[in-house]
Ligand binder design. Structure first.
Ligand SMILES: *Cc1c(COP(=O)(O)O)cnc(C)c1O
Length: 386
């Protein structure tokens, strides 16, 4: 029976994951407006959420979402090119382009979908992709879908990238360089200024994924701003699902490129537009991000406080990682912290390379100083015995 075969094949694969300690399970998690979460009937303070500014529970954001849902309904009813293009889409795109300082922007169903759609629409078989080895999984997925010749370069290694460019660039028509702006599992920043310069020299296009930058880096403007100075990165993708507190993805770029994407990105053309309530939430959140520097600077300030008390080097983003290497130890530390009332999920392969399991702590504007101090104290205690 083919169905029995399917069941057996799935069971065998799961057993293999179990043996490697890599089997993962969904745990019901209820997040509430005070920043606390409920998991396994236990109340925890979370240092594992990407809602950096607490905007998922901001009264103005919730109200905007409710109003738009009442006015336009719960779903968009079609793909954007057919009947699903609620005017909130273009309002949101105008706001995104303004914050990023680009000519135009386009909104996708998610950050993952943005990368799956944008990369194959821009490059193909005759082209070259150079991608930072620690980029997010969806950049690799987009690169694979494009069928462009793809080479991974060492993490943030400009001299290796320069060598690859010199050696390879001429054999291809177009060249696209892909990187996270803020690396999602490490929290460090890509060397944007150097990347931009190198790409210009070799007529390559730089595309950054700013999922963890928008709203929390450089007064909320994101990773394309370096020491207060905006670098004109020609392709900036990102998500509305982290600091923006809603759901969706985007690309900010020049007018012609955005118009091409509107026509050719398959993950935009063949999928339903975002629900109106979600678009309205993102608009309300971006308005807050654009006008509240005190809020947007707080997550990084709290991350700095935590890192300092653990003797770690100052973080560049609200993501602080504690590398433990070993999967079992990382799991144990995470479990002990949970017993003490803190949620810090263990990050392990395949999300990160083998041997680099870690605690990934994210800081939010909703955390109090006292919560961060208590978390630092608990972390030190657990690390000392585990
Ligand atoms: C989270 C993340 C994404 C995915 O965004 P979604 O909107 O959640 O699909 C893409 N890229 C990076 C770098 C991310 O961290």
């Amino acid at each position: 029976m083919s169905e029995d075969l399917l069941r057996k094949s799935s069971r065998d694969k799961l057993a293999k994951l179990e043996v490697q300690n890599l089997r993962r399970r969904l745990i019901n998690t209820i997040r509430s407006s005070n920043g606390k979460i409920l998991r396994n009937s236990q109340e925890l303070i979370s240092f594992s959420c990407n809602d950096y500014l607490g905007l998922t529970h901001h009264p103005e954001v919730i109200k905007a979402s409710q109003d738009a849902t009442y006015e336009y309904g719960t779903g968009s009813g079609g793909s954007r090119l057919v009947s699903g293009n609620n005017p909130l889409n273009s309002e949101l795109e105008t706001l995104l382009a303004k914050i990023k300082g680009t000519e135009d922007a386009i909104v996708f169903g998610s950050g993952y979908l943005a990368n799956l759609g944008v990369i194959p629409a821009l490059v193909g078989r005759k082209d070259l992709i150079l991608i930072d080895e620690l980029s997010h999984a969806c950049l690799f997925a987009g690169a694979m879908l494009s069928n462009a010749h793809t080479i991974h370069f060492k993490h943030s290694d400009i001299s290796e990238l320069a060598k690859l460019m010199t050696k390879q660039r001429e054999s291809y028509q177009h060249c696209l360089v892909l990187t996270d702006g803020v690396f999602s599992m490490d929290g460090d920043l890509a060397p944007i200024t150097a990347l931009h310069k190198l790409c210009k020299k070799h007529k390559a296009w730089l595309m950054t994924d700013d999922a963890h930058g928008l709203g929390v880096i450089e007064n909320g403007r994101g990773s394309s701003v370096v020491d207060g100075c905006a670098i004109p990165v020609p392709l900036q993708v990102g998500t509305l699902s982290k600091a923006v507190g809603a759901y969706g993805g985007y690309l900010c770029s020049n007018k012609e490129t955005i118009e091409l994407i509107r026509n050719r990105a398959r993950s935009l053309v063949y999928t339903t537009g975002l629900p109106p309530g979600n678009l309205a939430a993102a608009i309300a959140a971006l308005k807050i991000i654009g006008t509240n520097i005190e809020l947007t600077n707080r997550p990084l300030a709290l991350a700095n406080k935590f890192a300092a008390s653990l003797g770690l080097s100052p973080p560049k983003s609200p993501i602080v990682t504690i590398q433990l290497g070993d999967v079992e130890r990382t799991m144990r530390v995470s479990m002990e912290l949970e017993k003490k009332g803190f949620l810090v999920v263990a990050i392990r392969p395949p999300t990160v390379p083998v041997g680099t399991s870690r605690l990934r702590c994210t800081f939010s504007a909703t955390h109090t100083e006292a919560q961060v101090d208590a978390f630092a104290k608990a972390t030190k205690e657990v690390l000392a015995i585990q």
